[in-house]
Design a protein around this ligand. Structure first.
Ligand code: FES
Ligand code: FES
Length: 378
């Protein structure tokens, strides 16, 4: 299906019952549209559809063909939205900010549409947007202030929903500042799906070493753990292990401690690792299974392909990490670091020093990969 989002024509392939909010967040990376109740009550997911504030959790893909959507990411250079943002700040109309994108979408509609609303009218019009933090005094004040500013500029209220912004044609402005382009990764794109709450990822990895050398390296659990960024093995025997892995999300750090089992088959060059762990605060838990097969690559005897299959789920505070874009980016980031370390060791060198898995590095890798694929497409 096709729709216009923030002035750009977009095409996505989704099931008919996919929510517009999911199309925006999961397929177009427009994550400022927030989801909370998912039943039309809280207003957190409000976006403009064909010029009207709309609950994107209640609009299904089947009704989105050809519509024009504006999300909070699309208001760059919009004077009214700039004034509203300033007024929200000045009047303490936000705290955690969760409701704010939906609030601003509704507020912009009110400022443009209502001529001289009193406080009760603003409150009634805002009743479809819930805020758990601020109370509504600051929000109502901010909206009233921008309505006054609009009137002082001599701009009349429209009295009706505004016309959607026209579609951008030709080249959209490109503002990314890319200092360097990362080398192409040895990890192929692969697939990611969600099955019964489990994230299922498949990848194919290239290594410029013979299958026997790669298999010998993979059979040495200490050597493998040393190549995995942030991982540390506390103990292991022939079939079980215990250890931890550190993850840093900017200011939030989690250290997962866990244990599991592993099994390798020399005849088929196949291995399986299953494990589960909790972070120290007990706020997140992860469990999963990793399988891998080393096989000859068509390029020659000194090259190998590794088929990697990963099935995992995260519960608790880091549960939202299960989103496809993040999972894909995370897996590619970890695998490319892991492959680079394995390659260094198999070439007689050493593993690079690692401080753990950094979300910032991962996000940079995700954005870099996206930009590279855009360049390749154009
Ligand atoms: S998430 Fe859509 S109204 Fe609450
Ligand atoms: S600012 Fe936190 S929910 Fe509104």
């Amino acid at each position: 299906m096709s729709l216009t989002v923030n002035g750009r024509r977009e095409s996505v392939t989704v099931a008919p019952r996919t929510q517009l909010a999911e199309i925006l967040r999961d397929h177009l990376d427009l994550t400022a549209t927030h989801l909370a109740c998912e039943q039309g009550v809280c207003g957190a997911c409000t976006v403009m559809v064909d010029g009207k504030p709309t609950r994107s959790c209640l609009m299904f893909a089947a009704s989105c063909e050809g519509v024009t959507v504006e999300t909070i990411e699309g208001y760059k250079g919009d004077e009214l939205m700039d004034r509203l943002r300033d007024a929200f700040k000045a009047n303490h109309a936000l705290q955690c900010g969760f409701c704010t994108p939906g609030m601003l979408a509704t507020a912009r509609d009110l400022v443009e549409r209502l001529d001289e609303p009193d406080e009760m009218r603003i409150r009634n019009e805002l009743s479809g947007n819930l805020c758990r933090c601020t109370g509504y005094v600051g929000i109502v004040r901010a909206i009233a202030q921008v309505i006054e500013e609009r009137k002082a500029l001599g701009i009349a209220a429209t009295g009706a929903p505004r016309a959607p912004r026209p579609e951008i044609t030709g080249f959209a402005p490109f503002e990314a500042d890319i200092a360097e382009r990362a080398a192409d990764s040895a990890v192929s794109s692969g697939t990611m799906s969600v099955e019964d709450g489990w994230s299922v990822v498949k990848r194919e990895v290239n290594l410029a070493h013979s299958p026997d050398a790669v298999w010998a390296h993979f059979s040495d659990l200490d050597a493998v753990a040393a190549c995995l960024p942030g991982a540390s093995l506390a103990e292991h025997d022939d079939s079980t292990f215990a250890g931890h892995i550190g993850v840093a999300f900017g200011p939030i750090g989690a250290k997962f401690e866990g244990q599991g089992n592993y099994d390798t088959d020399d005849a088929t060059h196949t291995g399986t690792v299953t494990g589960r762990g909790k972070d120290r605060g007990g706020q997140s838990a992860v469990e999963g299974e990793l399988s891998y097969t080393v096989r000859p690559a068509p390029d020659g005897p000194q090259t190998s392909l590794v088929d990697v299959g990963l099935r995992f789920r995260i519960q608790g505070m880091l549960g939202q990490f299960n989103r496809p874009e993040l999972v894909n980016g995370f897996v590619d980031y970890i695998l490319s670091e892991f492959v680079a370390n394995c390659d260094a060791v198999l070439s007689g060198g050493e593993v690079r020093e690692s401080k753990g898995i950094s979300a910032f590095a991962m996000i940079r890798a995700v954005i870099g990969a996206k930009l590279r694929s855009l360049f390749r497409r154009s």
